[in-house]
Structures are given as structure tokens and as C-alpha cells.
Design a protein around this ligand. Structure first.
Ligand code: NAD
Length: 264
């Protein structure tokens, strides 16, 4: 029911963090995996690790905020993999300062008036633009195949106000949430399912690796009823659900994986 054996699956931002964990879950379960990332170096290191647990992924280096690069990289991987069953549109950035300090106090640079307009522009262009451009690249291919899935890594910040991330990030993920619903509605008639995974704080490289800092994890873990922040591997189960036959009747949905953080 949850098998992804033989499925052709591309993960954007798959060189690190949540994207890497998704690529790992798909590789371990027999999928043919492609990764698009803007860091060739991190991607090569990820490919070497993945080759130890299964088939080595195909790689394409691109800045997905750029529509031409998104199209070239995804069309290239579609060719090499012989098709595309699932796109995980996961690449994203934290959008400037905006985290609590290790002492639990709010970082002053996160104040709304202090956010540089350039940060807003960059955050929207990466977090919204990369999902938009990646989807525009693969939808014609999925329509031609009569099936496909797009799974977007959104965030609990899409629907929950946050003091620990900045307004630019929250605005970008709010837009991503609405884009997922719109695409799900528009593409359902073509056999294409579109969903979002909404993680809470997760220990990855994002925000300069601050979420990998033990003191920061301790502070953020107190916001989660389950008492700890997520590891990237905590996201793997929902990724398998949405990529496999188990997810056949799920579209236009956001699935939260946050240890209960959204509760309060
Ligand atoms: P990460 O920094 O560990 O990994 C992100 C990867 O995306 C990196 O390898 C980076 O090179 C790549 N990337 C960034 N911008 C890109 C671009 N323009 N083009 C191509 N590749 C690009 O971060 P992560 O935490 O694993 O983030 C993955 C997704 O999860 C993001 O969309 C993020 O917003 C979301 N998310 C993260 C958290 C968290 O707490 N870590 C919580 C909720 C949602």
C-alpha cells in the first residue's frame, strides 16, 4: 500500500535537511530518485550517501527561483528517469532573521519594521517562485502522462502566526498553501494530486544551521507538546503516504507534522 518501488521521484532541495530525508525514504523503498538543488557540492555528498542505501540519484543543479533553470533541470530529470510520477517541491529558505535567541528571547531583527524589503523579495522568489516554476515545468509532462503528484513542503507558518520566524517567511508559506489548493483543484481532472506537508521546527541546515544548535533545540522543543523538535526523518512517513497508492484519494490537503506545536 505504501510502496514507491520503481516510481520516478524528484526532490527539490534534496541535498539537505527535509529534502534529503525524503530522498532517503524514497531510495530505501526502491524509487528512482532525482534531486535538484542549487548546491552542487552538497548534492554530490548527498548522492554518495544515498548510493550506500540504494540506487544513486540523478542530479541537476539549478536555482529554482529562476523559471528557465527550473524548467531545464526538471525536463532533464524527466528524460533521464524516463518519466516523473512524483515531484517533491521542497526547496526553501528561512527568509532572513527571525528566530528566538538561545535564551528564548525574541530576536530584535525579527521585528516587522526591521525587515529589509530585499528579504521579502528573495523569500517570495525562492519559497513561492520555486514551487510555482517547478510545478509549471512538470504539469505539462504529468498531464501528458495522465497522472502525477506534487507534494510541496510548506510549514505550520502557512496557517499559524509565528514570533520565531519572520513576516517574510510567514507570507511566503501562506502563499504556498493557497497555491497548493488552487493547483489541486485545477489539476484534479487530469489525475494529478497536489498536497502539502507542513513541518514545525525541524533540525536542518535552514537559517544557517541554528536549528541544529542544542540550546535552540531545547528552547523550540518546549513549544512542541511532544517535547522535542522534529528530526528530518520524522517527515518521511507522510512523504511515503503522499507518494504511494495509500494517498490515492488525498488532494488539496495540508498534513501537519509538528509534534503538536500548532496546538498552542
Ligand atoms: P535546508 O537548508 O537544510 O535544505 C534546503 C535545501 O534547499 C538546500 O540544500 C538548499 O541548497 C536548497 N535550496 C534553497 N534554495 C534553493 C533554490 N533557490 N534552488 C534550488 N535549491 C535551493 O532546509 P530544510 O529545513 O530542509 O528546508 C526544506 C523545506 O522545509 C523548506 O521549504 C522550508 O521552508 C521547509 N520547512 C522547514 C522547517 C524547519 O524548521 N527546518 C519547518 C517548516 C518548513
Amino acid at each position: 500500500l505504501f510502496s514507491v518501488e520503481g516510481k520516478r521521484i524528484v526532490v527539490t532541495g534534496g541535498a539537505s535537511g527535509i529534502g534529503y530525508a525524503i530522498a532517503e525514504a524514497m531510495t530505501m523503498n526502491g524509487a528512482l530518485v532525482g534531486i535538484v538543488d542549487m548546491s552542487a557540492e552538497r548534492m554530490e555528498a548527498a548522492a554518495q550517501r544515498l548510493a550506500q542505501i540504494g540506487r544513486r540519484p540523478e542530479l541537476a543543479c539549478a536555482n529554482l527561483a529562476n523559471p528557465d533553470e527550473a524548467r531545464a533541470s526538471l525536463e532533464g530529470l524527466h528524460r533521464v528517469l524516463g518519466g516523473l510520477d512524483v515531484l517533491f517541491a521542497n526547496a526553501g529558505i528561512s527568509g532572513g532573521p527571525g528566530f528566538l535567541g538561545a535564551d528564548g528571547a525574541r530576536v530584535e531583527a525579527n521585528r516587522f519594521e526591521a525587515i529589509d524589503p530585499g528579504v521579502l523579495e528573495r523569500t517570495l522568489s525562492v519559497n513561492v517562485g520555486s514551487v510555482f516554476h517547478s510545478a509549471q515545468a512538470v504539469v505539462p509532462l504529468m498531464k501528458a502522462a495522465g497522472q502525477g503528484r506534487i507534494v510541496v513542503t510548506s510549514s505550520i507558518s502557512a496557517s499559524k502566526t509565528e514570533l520565531m520566524v519572520g513576516s517574510a517567511y510567514v507570507a511566503s508559506k501562506g502563499a504556498v498553501g493557497m497555491l497548493v489548493r488552487q493547483l489541486a483543484h485545477e489539476l484534479a481532472g487530469y489525475g494529478i494530486l497536489v498536497n502539502a506537508i507542513c513541518p514545525g521546527p525541524t533540525a536542518t541546515q535552514i537559517a544557517g544551521g541554528r536549528l541544529q544548535d542544542a540550546a535552540m533545540q531545547d528552547v523550540l522543543g518546549r513549544f512542541a507538546p511532544l517535547g522535542r523538535i522534529a528530526s528530518p526523518q520524522d517527515i518521511q512517513g507522510v512523504a511515503l503516504l503522499l507518494a504511494s497508492r495509500a494517498g490515492d484519494y488525498i488532494t488539496g490537503t495540508e498534513i501537519t507534522v509538528d509534534g503538536g506545536t500548532h496546538l498552542g
